[in-house]
Structures are given as C-alpha cells and as structure tokens.
Design a protein around this ligand. Sequence first.
Ligand SMILES: Nc1nc2c(ncn2[C@@H]2O[C@H](COP(=O)(O)OP(=O)(O)OP(=O)(O)O)[C@@H](O)[C@H]2O)c(=O)[nH]1
Ligand SMILES: [Mg+2]
Length: 460
Amino acid sequence: MSGAITYMLIEQPEKGKIIDVLLNYFTQLAAGITLTPTSKSTPTKTRSMDRLYMAKAMSPVFTKLMNMVLALRPENVEQYIIGCLNDMKLSGDYDIVEEVLNVEAVPTAPEVVEGEPVVTEETAATETVGSTEGDDVAMPAKMTILTLGLSLSGKTTMLKAIQGDPNPTPKPTVGFVPHALQLGSSVVTFYDLGGGDSIRDIWPNYYAETHGLIYVLDSSSDDMTFKDACSVFLESVSSPALAGKPCLLILNKKDLPSYRDTEEVLETLTLPPSCTICELTLHPQKTPSKSLDPEIDVNLSSLFNRIASDFSTISERVDNDVKEQLKKEEDEKKAKDKRVMKKSLNKAYSLNGFTPIDIFTPSDGYEFLAQEVGFMKAEELVEEGREVAELCGFQKIAMMLAAGMKEPVSKKKKRYEWSEIKEYIQECKAECERGEVDEEAFKDVEEGGVGGGGFDWGAV
Ligand SMILES: Nc1nc2c(ncn2[C@@H]2O[C@H](COP(=O)(O)OP(=O)(O)OP(=O)(O)O)[C@@H](O)[C@H]2O)c(=O)[nH]1
Ligand SMILES: [Mg+2]
C-alpha cells in the first residue's frame, strides 16, 4: 500500500482519474509489475500541495480500501483491492471522492449573506438540506456526524438522497465511506459505516472524533432484527465516547405496512436525553410525492443546531477523546511490537522453547540491516548498527523491527538512535532470559511462527 501511495503522490492524477490510475497500478502489481511514476516530481520534497492532495483526494480512497482490507482480511489483497476499486468505480462511491475534492476545492469561504445559505456550483445540490436559514445559532466551520444502524436500515440511501440522488440504489457498505457536504458555510462530514455483523467491530474507532450521531433504524423489519437494532442502538449511544452527544434516531421505512411508529418503538427502548426521534421515509421514490421527504431537512437542521449550540464543549471533548484514543493506539502498538521483538529474540537465542527460525549468517545479517535502513552495502552500517544486528542474533524479524525504529515509514513516528535501539533490545532480551514471555507469544509458537504481523514497516 505504501508503494501505491508514493506512486499516487508523485503522479497526482486529476480528479475523475484517481480510481482508474489506482486500478491500473494494482492490476499491474497483481501481474508482478511494480509501476514507477512517470511524473518528474519527487516525493522527497513534500510540498504543502502534496499534503493537501494526499489529505483531500487520496485519503478517502485509501482509508476506504484499508478499512475494507482490515475488516475482511482477504487472502489475495491485490485482487481484493482491484475488486473494491471496480466496485467503487461502478457504484456511486467514485463520485464521493470527487465530491470531497469539489467541496474542499472551494478556495476561500464564499461570502455569506446573513441568514442566507450559500449556494455555489458544488453546493447547489445540497444547500436545501439542513439549511441554516433563520437559525440563531452560528454553525461551526466543520463537524463530523456518524451514521450508524444495522445493515439495510437505509443509511447510504439517506446520504445519497440528501446529496440530490432522486433514486439511490446503494450496495451494502463495506467498511467506511466519508461523505463531505457543504451546508451554508459549514462542511459537514458524514461517516457512513456499514452495519453488517463483521463491520460493526470497527464502529467504535470512529466514536471519539464524532460531534453528533444519526442512528437509522428500519422500523418495518421483522421482530428479531428490530430487537437487535434497538439493542445495538442503546449499546452505541451509551458507549463512553458517544454518551451525551447530540443524536437523532430515525425510524425509517414509514412507507411500509409493517412500520412501527414512535410510540411502539418507545415501548422497546428508553430514549437517552441527548436523543431525538423522528419517523421518516428516507428513500425519495417511496414517498407519496416521489421526492425527498422535507422532514429530513427539518430533522437534520435540528440535529446540526443542537451540535452548534453546544459546539465548544463538544469539540473540546472530541479533541481530548481523539488524543486519548491516539495515545491508547500508540501504547497498544508499542506493546505489540515489544511482544514481536521478544518472540523474535526467543527464536534468535532458542529461549523459552522457541526454535531458531530466519537466522542470517553475520555477513548476510549486516547487509540485510544495512539495506533495511536504506544503505546499499553492509560497510555503510556504523559500528553501533552492526552491534544492533548482533544483538538481534541476526534474526530477520528482529532486525526489521530494529530498522523500523531507526527509519520509521511514517514521518510522524519517532526515529530512534542506534544507542536507544540497543538498549531496547537488551531490555527485551533480558526479559526473555528471565522467562517473561506472554501467553500470546507461546500461542503463536504452538501455531507455528510469527502470528498476525501488524508491524508497520512497509504498511501504511
Ligand atoms: N421501502 C423503503 N425502502 C428503503 C427506504 N430507505 C432505504 N430503503 C431500502 O433499504 C435497502 C438498504 O438501504 P441501504 O441504504 O443500502 O442500507 P444501509 O443502512 O446503508 O446498509 P449497509 O450499508 O449494509 O449498512 C435498500 O434496498 C433501499 O432501497 C425507505 O424509506 N423505504
Ligand atoms: Mg450502506
């Protein structure tokens, strides 16, 4: 994936061609050919334009691909990505990428006439939805809304409909798709998360950064699905990172005879004080007028207003929660890397019942570590680097981890000095010698080898 990102960052295809260029890249990769960029620009000069392009144009596509790969863990990743890209091209998801570009391409905030929603070419399709006209509350420049609900409840239908699609025919959402809409002078990003059983595990990853929640419930479903939907709703809204944030519960599919109204639904669940409830037909073609139900606008506006009126508190909470989440993820990553390092050292030194695997000869080991940190030859490795290779027992994975500490793929990650890496490996080795190996590592031994992977050298 990192190769694809570098390729795209240099090529920077214009909007409308991103999916095609990526498809070509992965198709060639599946055939064993790694494409090199044809553009003359170099990735070492990270210009602000590159960062903007990465964040606005590529990030939604790559985030979606990564989420899909992580959720389904396909055996053949390249072929799976090709399938996803083809789906994105065929379905409306391709347009979403352009939408994000369009919204963000507005160079400066358009002039706002007080009380009037802003209409630009890009916003014309959506400006009537959630319009802030007549509201006293100032809208924040940006907010993030999470849309949750079981599979088939109508989340994507709603998001497509409010973007002007008169007859949405979405496929089940796999993973996560952001929809950025310009409403007045605000950019509202809706996170559309798939509601399938296996995808629901990723929902909590998005709770911290959300300012408000929309939960779509198919109020016409069979009893079992309805009960499941209610308990998933209650579980989500009461989770620490969402509890108390403004929430809208939409009872969808009012057009169907088996529809349960508000009164009936409230017999099954108690609505938390932060939630409002409404009855809607989200699909434009299922309303009597065969057009977008105006009640959608009314209810979304009300949700936006509730967020706006308490925005400083909510955004402070979002900032803190996001920081906390990042710290937690970082700690988990460090713990995981340490487990893997210890497992590799156990293999290198045949400790705690591990058998030696992937051990290089000293000369191959020096060369391997030198190349991992970007040198051509072993001779270029400084003395301390050679000592690190020795401390690793010339074990392949241990050396890859050490190289990842010296030259991390991500610029955001700390670059360690060789002396610090030596100290870290010595500490890990001492723990192994004392028999301090966690159960997970032993389990991996029984299963035969390095389990799970998950270090981020080479990965995004
Ligand atoms: N009758 C009726 N059907 C609707 C309505 N809204 C959505 N649907 C249908 O419900 C089905 C599922 O819609 P989606 O929008 O894909 O559901 P989703 O919640 O995004 O599902 P996942 O992506 O799998 O989580 C589609 O067949 C829609 O046409 C509605 O108001 N009335
Ligand atoms: Mg969907």
